[in-house]
Design a protein around this ligand. Structure first.
Ligand code: AGP
Length: 617
């Protein structure tokens, strides 16, 4: 997820772009840059980029002098391909230095395109997927082609997701924007047009917003614009809206809190995590994995998963995938304990370190300890260039985009998905499952984002439940089998944001002690996503009902009702393969924690005593 902005109009384009980038910074903040068509010499593009936040870019501009001009583009980056650096920062340029592009999204076929373009003589200066766009446009920008023609032609070669804005020194008052599977909006003022990834950036200038449709391209000349489809080049009429949000709401995309926004972003976050990794036919591709994992001469005696908090529970998905498909034993270790005691670890051990921030001190310490013992380390993280990504021998980037709410939501789901992919990939690479079996799982995974989209519809039911339960001081989460990871995550989420004391147990453990806690004021949240253990879970629920404790049952939509539990307390989620259910069934648990926190007046996005990235041990 990155923030993009393009401006054409009567104001200072540099100023507008800089101010807008500050508003867009929550979408990415590892580097920033802009390209301006200078007023005095519009045939040259001035590009200034910096590592770090937008204020670093402003400082760089203050030092060199602000370029003056009326057409400019700018970008604030959240790295997915290539570490945060000036070279990888946007805008990118073509070989002639006259075309400049900013991009949000992921170009899935960039590797093939890069090989093809390099063979034709194009020079690449970054490690990003985005840079191929500049060279594709350069190739198509010949003869009588306009910039818009060239962009359209280039985009027909591209697979994946993009929102782009392009400028060219050959057409100094032109901006071209286009989108596919990534947002792009347009605001039209009296004598100006602004294009952005977010409505946030438009509102200081206009409240009339044009929502560009998927697969559409906009060509801006001065203050006029025209929209066409990319595929057929036919005129399109995009949707227009009048926005009435206040500035703070705008930052949160209209949601009252980042946590809720990020819960609702999960279908998209998961699609991005699977992008490039699961091809259309289901083939799973993981780039840059340590060669040692694919070396069948070199045995793997054990996989150890190290992580903290939600990342630890998400890592349990990898455990199930690995044990079921590779038959390699797997251990789950709390990272903060691993450095003190870890049992046998050696060159035959693979350590999987899961951390969305990539900076968690305990997880980093576990990685260093694993290396000290000569283990191979693979990281699952959301931050390119983070300490854990750099320390590991190979990393799977979650591609979830920045998460602002302290509670992990979209990063949890993408950690789960990356863990699953790692397990399936390793099993196939080591010949433990047939390529077709791995492919079948890949295809099933591709359908999960749609199931998550549907489960979000349970929100109104959860709002009602939260109103009924807002007074409770304690809650228990129970589940069996794989679903135990959901019970653990549900309880952690509730504690974190609502300050309600919550514990999670394998349902069979209830009668060995926790059942003594049951009362009308201690609700039980029972998660029964696995068909194999459904009947046993129903029996556990009966034990609870008999003790007058309120029950919320989270079950797949194709299972029968739970005796003794009212319809309003049964939350149903779309049926997916039981093995994938933890990706879908966690959503109602997140929504329950969120709405209970709201009912109790808690600071949802910044709960007391918690930090987003825990860099102390
Ligand atoms: C999750 O809601 C928490 N904020 C916390 O448990 C978190 O998952 C943990 O601190 C690990 O963070 P990491 O993924 O950045 O390593």
């Amino acid at each position: 997820m990155c923030g993009i902005i393009g401006y054409s109009g009567s104001r200072s384009a540099t100023r507008v772009v800089l101010e807008s980038l500050e508003r867009l910074e929550y979408r990415g903040y590892d580097s920033a840059g802009l390209a301006v068509l200078e007023q005095d010499s519009p045939e040259t593009l001035t590009i200034v980029k910096s590592h770090g936040k937008v204020q670093e870019l402003t400082a760089a501009l203050d030092l060199r002098g602000m370029p003056t001009g009326h057409t400019a583009i700018g970008h604030t980056r959240w790295a997915t391909h290539g570490r945060p650096s000036v070279e990888n920062a946007h805008p990118h340029q073509d070989c002639t230095g006259t075309i400049s592009v900013i991009h949000n999204g992921i170009i899935e076929n960039f590797r093939d395109l890069r090989i093809e373009l390099a063979a034709k003589g194009h020079t690449f200066v970054s490690d990003t997927d985005s840079e191929v766009l500049t060279h594709l446009i350069e190739d198509a920008y010949t003869g009588h082609a306009t910039l818009a023609d060239a962009v359209r032609k280039a985009l027909l070669r591209v697979e994946g997701a993009y929102a782009i804005v392009v400028v060219s020194a050959r057409e100094p008052d032109t901006l071209v924007g286009a989108r596919l599977n990534a947002p792009l909006v347009l605001g039209r003022g009296e004598d100006e047009v602004i294009i952005s990834s977010d409505i946030t950036a438009l509102l200081p200038y206009t409240t009339s917003v044009v929502i560009l449709g998927d697969g559409e391209l906009v060509e801006v000349h001065g203050a006029d614009y025209v929209v066409r489809t990319i595929a057929t080049n036919s005129p399109a009429t995009p949707e227009m809206v009048e926005v009435t949000w206040d500035a703070e709401q705008v930052q949160r995309g209209g949601y009252p809190h980042f946590m809720l926004k990020e819960i609702f972003e999960q279908p998209e976050a998961l699609r991005n995590a699977l992008r490039e990794r699961v091809q259309h036919d289901g083939t799973i591709v993981l780039q840059d994995m340590p060669a040692r994992l694919m070396d069948l001469e070199h045995p793997i005696s054990e996989v150890i998963i190290v992580a903290c908090g939600s990342a630890l529970y998400a890592g349990m998905m990898a455990r199930y995938a690995l044990e079921q498909h590779t038959r390699i034993p797997v251990r789950i270790e709390v990272a903060s304990e691993f450095r003190y005691y870890h049992g046998p670890v050696g060159p035959d051990t693979v350590v999987l370190a899961v951390s969305q921030s990539g900076e968690t001190a305990d997880t980093l310490a576990a990685v260093l300890e694993a290396h000290r013992c000569s283990a191979t380390v693979v990281a699952i993280t959301n931050v390119v260039g983070s300490a854990i990504a750099r320390a590991a021998d190979g990393a799977i980037m979650m591609q979830a985009g920045p998460e602002i709410g302290v509670a992990a939501t979209k990063t949890f789901i993408t950690q789960e998905a990356c863990g699953l992919l790692f397990g399936l990939w390793l099993a196939r690479e080591r010949g433990e499952i047939a390529p077709e079996t791995a492919q079948e799982w890949g295809r099933k995974l591709l359908a999960v984002p749609d199931a998550i989209e549907k489960v979000l519809d349970v929100e109104p039911q959860i709002v009602m439940l939260a109103k009924e339960l807002a007074h409770v001081q304690s809650a228990l989460y129970i589940a069996r089998g794989m679903d135990v990871l959901l019970a653990l995550e549900g309880a952690l989420k509730l504690k974190e944001v609502s300050y309600i004391h919550a514990e999670a147990y394998p349902a069979g453990e209830l009668k060995h002690g926790p059942i003594a806690l049951l009362s009308a004021d201690v609700p039980i949240i029972a998660i029964a996503a696995q068909k194999a253990t459904y009947a046993k879970m129903v029996s556990n629920i009966q034990e609870v009902v008999a003790r007058d404790a309120p029950v919320i049952a989270v079950i797949p939509e194709d299972m029968e009702d739970v005796p003794g539990v009212s319809d309003t307390s049964i939350i149903r989620f779309p049926a997916v393969d039981a093995f994938l259910a933890p990706l879908v069934a966690v959503v109602p648990l997140q929504l329950l924690a969120y709405h209970l926190a709201v009912e109790r007046g808690c600071n949802v996005d910044q709960p007391r005593n918690l930090a987003k990235s825990v860099t102390v041990e």
